[in-house]
Design a protein around this ligand. Sequence first.
Ligand code: PLP
Length: 394
Amino acid sequence: MQFASRLIHNGNEIDKTTGALSIPIYQASTFQQNDVTQPQEYDYSRSGNPTRQALENTIAILEGGHRGFAFASGMAATSSVLSTFAAGDHLLVCEDVYGGTYRVITTLFQRFNLEASFVNASDHENIRHNIKPNTKAIFLESPSNPLLKIIDLRAAAAVVQEYGLSVIVDNTFMSPYFQRPLELGADIVIHSATKFIGGHSDVVGGLVVAKDPEWSKRIYAAQNCFGAILGPQDSWLLLRGLKTLKVRLDFQQKSAHRLAHWLLAQTEVEEVFYPGLICHPGFEIHRQQADGPGAVLSFKTRDQATALAFLNSVKLAAVAVSLGGVETIISYPRTMSHAAMPETQRHHLGISDNLIRVSVGLEDCGDLINDFAQALNNKLKPLSSLDKVYNYRL
Ligand SMILES: Cc1ncc(COP(=O)(O)O)c(C=O)c1O
C-alpha cells in the first residue's frame, strides 16, 4: 500500500472490542487482572495503554521500524533515548541540533558524565576524526533547525557503522511522509510529534521508533522505568492528526515552495534557506534521501531591525514558538528555539540576529504572500537562474 493508504489503514485504526473506527481514549491508569499467575497484555498504563499502543504501532509501521514508543514531549523522547547510554559513553552530535537537545546534553546529561562532541556532520572525514574509543552513537538532524542544513544520512550512517556505532535521527522536520531514516541506515528515529504529526498546535508529544528488537528492549526499559509516557488523550490526538498528515503536508509544502521563491525576490531579504531551492547547498543530497523539502523555511533579512519590524508587522501568520501546525507560524530563533544555545555557538552556526523561521500552514498562499509583502515593504529585486524551486511532486 502507498503511504496515503497506510496512514488510514495500518491495522491499528479499528477498536478490537467494539469495531469503532476511532480508537477509544482508554482513560485508565490500571486494568483488572483476572489471573494473577498469568501476565495480561495491559496491567498499568505507564507500562502499556491501548490508545498509546495503537499510536506506537502506527508510527512503527510508518517509519518501517520494529517498535514505536510515545512520550510526553519530543524532549521526553530524546531524553529517554539518551538515558539508554551509560556514564562515560561518548556521543557525536551534529552541531546544528535543536536548541533543547543541545541544552539537555550540555547540562543534564553532562552531570551524569555522558560525553558529547558537537560536530559538522556534513563532513564525513570530520565524523571519523571525532570518533573516540568510548563513542557509542551519532545523533543527527536533517534538515536542521533553523537553517535547513542537509546531512547525507546514508553516508554518515555508513561511516559510523564501520565502527559499530548506532545512528539516531531526529526526523521532526520531515515526518515519515517525506523521510524515513531507518531506510537510510538509522537505528532510532525521534519525533517531536508536537509538530507535523499532531499538526494542529494542540498537543505536545514525542515519538521514537527502534529499528530492531535489541533497541526496542532498551527503549521500552527507558520508557517504563523513566516513565515519561504520553497520556491516552494526547495519544488519541496524535492518531487523529496522523490521518491527515499527507494532505496537510502536500498543501503546506506547495505553499512553502511558492513562498521561498517569492522571498528570494524581495529586496529586504538577504538569503533564503529551503531544501527545495536549487541554489540550496544541500539540495541534491536532500533530493536523494527525502521525498520532499517540507514546509519549513528560513530567511535572513537585510538587518536585525528589518527582522524585528517584520515580526511586528505580520498579521495573518502567528509569531510563536513551534512549527508544523495548520496555521503559519513565524519564529525568531535567536530568542525562541535557540535561546538555550550560547551566542558564540549560535553565531558560529549562522543563527544570526536577522534570521526568521517560517512554518507554512494551510492558509491560502496568496493571502500569506500579501501579508509578508506588507510586512517587508514589498520591494523586489531581480532573480538569478539558480533561484528556482525544484518540482518534487507538486
Ligand atoms: C527538531 C526538534 N526536535 C525536538 C524538539 C522538542 O520537541 P518538544 O517541544 O515536543 O519537546 C523540537 C521542538 O521544537 C524540534 O524542533
